[in-house]
Design a protein around this ligand. Structure first.
Ligand SMILES: Nc1nc2c(ncn2[C@@H]2O[C@H](COP(=O)(O)OP(=O)(O)O)[C@@H](O)[C@H]2O)c(=O)[nH]1
Ligand SMILES: [Mg+2]
Length: 263
């Protein structure tokens, strides 16, 4: 009876497979080690770049930008936002508070219309907001079409201490809608710091009226103060999240004496 071979064909096959598997495993570990070595692959460099260049984005959005698959696209997205309301209600102060040092003085001198730009990084993409303010006096009516055409959001603003300016938002809304029916409508009550000095029953009456107006305009309502930087950034964050379907939600606040947010 012939002696069985020391290396059975099946055993030889198993050995070959094991060697191939070992080689593949080493290759796999090698590629992992390469990722952590000083010679980083391109993708890792991009992540580092994206996380350092995100300067003006709020924390929730910064977390989003760290996802590697979203960091390669450095395209610039230009979007227009317009801002309407009576004069002296705090529109320019609100914009200056948001835009800060990036305000383009050169573009802001045209009578009846102001234009300010702000660029921010969201999920690895550069977003440039052109924010158009219609100044609110009788002459500025001619600029409503220029400001509203192509806007992705329209901010209807009023002074919380002046009911007349709240009533006028309906007129601003009707005029804006002639030129733009798709923009996100936001109703903003300004000078919240002055408003909270009013008697509480008056605050309650104005807040209720503002909520009814917001419902009628199908708008989200914010009370804000440029002087104390209340809800200024939050309003733009809300618009950005809504436009780009970002996982960020605002909380409703209906407490009298606090800056109301209603939707
Ligand atoms: N108390 C208070 N005053 C404000 C606020 N925002 C603006 N103002 C004042 O309201 C006046 C008109 O502001 P401005 O921004 O020029 O209004 P615009 O005509 O609507 O652009 C100025 O005297 C501002 O200092 C605010 O948040 N609180
Ligand atoms: Mg102004």
């Amino acid at each position: 009876m012939p002696r069985p071979s020391r290396k059975h064909p099946l055993r030889r096959f198993t050995l070959r497979r094991r060697t191939a598997l070992k080689r593949r495993a080493w290759h796999f570990f090698d590629s992992i080690l390469t990722c952590y070595s000083s010679k980083k692959p391109q993708a890792y460099d991009d992540v580092a770049l994206a996380s350092t260049s995100v300067v003006v984005v709020d924390e929730e959005f910064v977390a989003e930008t760290l996802a590697p698959s979203l960091c390669h696209n450095q395209d610039l997205v230009s979007l227009k936002i317009s801002l309407l309301g009576d004069s002296q209600i705090g529109k320019t102060s609100f914009l200056v508070k948001y835009v800060g040092n990036e305000m383009d003085e050169g573009k802001s001198e045209q009578t009846g219309l102001k234009l300010m730009d702000k660029t921010l990084m969201v999920r690895g993409a550069r977003i440039s907001y052109s924010i158009w303010e219609v100044e609110g006096d009788s002459k500025s009516q001619d600029y409503i079409s220029t400001a509203c055409k192509g806007s992705v959001a329209i901010l209807y603003m009023f002074d919380l201490t002046s009911r007349r300016t709240l009533n006028n938002t309906v007129r601003w809304y009707r005029q804006a809608r002639r030129w733009n029916k798709t923009a996100i409508p936001v109703l903003i009550g300004t000078k919240f710091d002055d408003f909270i000095q009013l008697p509480i029953d008056l605050q309650w009456a104005i807040a209720s009226e503002a909520r009814s107006y917001a419902k009628a305009l199908n708008a989200t309502l914010f009370f804000s103060s440029a002087t104390y930087n209340i809800n200024v950034n939050k309003i733009f964050k809300f618009i950005t999240a809504k436009l780009f379907d970002l996982p960020w939600t605002i909380e409703r606040n209906l407490t009298i004496g606090e800056p109301i947010i209603d939707f």
